[in-house]
Write a protein of this length. Structure first.
Length: 101
């Protein structure tokens, strides 16, 4: 399952208002993208559930758990969750982008 990808490339629409800029990699369950959020007018990180995990109950539970935990935390060292869509064809959540080295 870890090799399955959505086939996104820079310039593609991840979801309405979210344009892929750069593939940041990811793990076995998610693809991570640097993206531009048209509503925020800012770069963000978008984590997208990989295709092979969309229908997997354990992956969906982990997706919901991660969003729930991150959205309740407030600390300068933790990126904020701006939005999510767990009903989209490609379930995703949008995180604050922190520029680094």
């Amino acid at each position: 399952m870890s090799d399955d990808r959505w086939g996104l490339a820079g310039g593609d629409e991840i979801a309405p208002g979210l344009t892929a800029v750069k593939d940041l990699g990811g793990g076995t369950v998610y693809e991570a993208w640097l993206a531009f959020d048209e509503r925020l007018h800012a770069p963000v990180v978008v984590k997208v559930l990989r295709p092979g995990h969309v229908e997997d109950p354990a992956s969906r539970a982990g997706f919901d758990r991660e969003i729930g935990l991150l959205s309740r935390l407030a600390h300068p060292g933790i990126t904020r969750v701006f939005s999510y869509d767990d009903e989209a064809e490609r379930p995703y959540f949008v995180l604050e982008h922190v520029d680094g080295p």
